[in-house]
Write a protein that binds this ligand. Structure first.
Ligand code: UDP
Ligand code: MG
Length: 319
């Protein structure tokens, strides 16, 4: 029977974990009882450098229940890297892995449907929100704008899918061949291929604690996704260049007409305007190209994406 690992990134989640851990455990127990997964299935919490009591809570849970495993990253590596760290540890033991947020805003009862889809032959199953009623207007507006903007900028993502997904061992092993340092899983996973499907659910409110994705982080996440995935911004600069050239031709025609009608002085205004305009465009272009150079720089350095400090697994339990 297939071993399922639920991988849960946790950053400063001391308020929400006591509420959600029982639900995680119940999900495993239910699926084992129904004979859909092996009794060796586990929940693997990844503590992403939390500054609060998150790790203490996880250690205690691990002592009390063998279903709870925990991994501690040596520093805050970020949501995406925490997920990758968890998956890299889970894939050694698991046949199927589900990633889900610690706050359980995503409907964990859908794990069963995901497992069913896996048994139908899917290697990847995406959890997709069918509405955003529970989000505030602001969150809904910015989050939906995020997906639309990403797609327009040439990053193909699954609409309204975050990082709640099931992946088979094969899919995770293939994913680990993507050695890039700038990780954007929502763009990378669809690149893998395989038979995939979607499971729909409605997202609930965060029960406790605060969102770790305020607008500022979301914007930098979007910017990261775009610059690691797409050269569309560069193409847009080319388009802008063509446009400026066109404006220049019009300006030249205007200057000539002014010259032949003896109004040369008044041409000075348009000339100075174009100089400023072109200067601005050039600065902008250099800035964007600089962003790409920055990415190349980071890739070339090949820094480790995360450093594991401790692994609490079945082997080092002393009772
Ligand atoms: N998270 C993480 N590292 C970070 C930020 C967030 O592991 O640096 C985790 C967090 O604990 C949660 C998940 O990523 O399990 C999603 O964060 P959150 O629920 O705050 O985001 P939102 O649902 O508001 O988009
Ligand atoms: Mg959340």
């Amino acid at each position: 029977m297939d071993v399922l690992y639920i991988v849960v990134p946790c950053y400063n989640e001391e308020e929400v974990l006591p509420l959600t851990i029982p639900e995680f455990k119940k999900t495993i127990v239910d699926l084992v009882t129904k004979g859909k997964i092996s009794p060796l299935s586990r929940i693997l919490f990844v503590n992403d450098g939390s500054k609060d009591k998150t790790w203490e809570i996880l250690e205690k849970e691990h002592q009390e229940d063998e279903k709870v495993l925990a991994l501690k990253l040596a520093r805050n590596a970020g949501h995406q890297n925490a997920l990758l760290a968890g998956l890299s540890v889970a894939k050694e033991k698991a046949d199927i892995m589900v990633t889900i947020d610690a706050d359980l805003q995503d409907d964990i009862t859908k794990v069963e449907d995901m497992v069913d889809e896996y048994h139908n032959g899917c290697q990847i199953v995406y959890g997709v929100r069918d509405n955003r009623k529970s989000d505030s207007f602001f969150k809904r507006f910015t989050a939906q704008g995020f997906y639309k903007f990403m797609n327009r900028m040439g990053v193909e993502t699954i609409y309204n899918h975050a990082d709640y997904r099931l992946m088979s061992k094969i899919a995770v092993e293939e994913l680990s061949k993507y050695t890039e340092v700038n990780v954007f899983l929502r763009g990378m996973v669809p690149l893998l291929g395989y038979k995939t499907s979607c499971v729909y659910y409605s997202r609930s409110k965060r029960e406790a604690g605060e969102s770790k994705y305020p607008l500022k982080k979301m914007l930098s996440f979007a910017f990261d996704g775009i610059t690691s995935f797409s050269i569309k911004p560069i193409n847009m600069i080319v388009g802008l260049g063509v446009f400026v050239l066109f404006v220049c031709i019009l300006a030249a025609v205007y200057a000539f007409i002014s010259y032949f009608t003896g109004n040369t002085d008044s041409g000075w205004t348009s000339l100075i305007l174009s100089i400023w305009f072109i200067g601005g465009i050039q600065l902008l272009s250099i800035g964007v190209i600089g962003q790409y150079i920055g990415k190349i720089y980071k890739e070339v350095k090949r820094r480790p994406k995360y450093n594991i400090e401790t692994v609490l697994d079945d082997n080092n339990k002393n009772n």
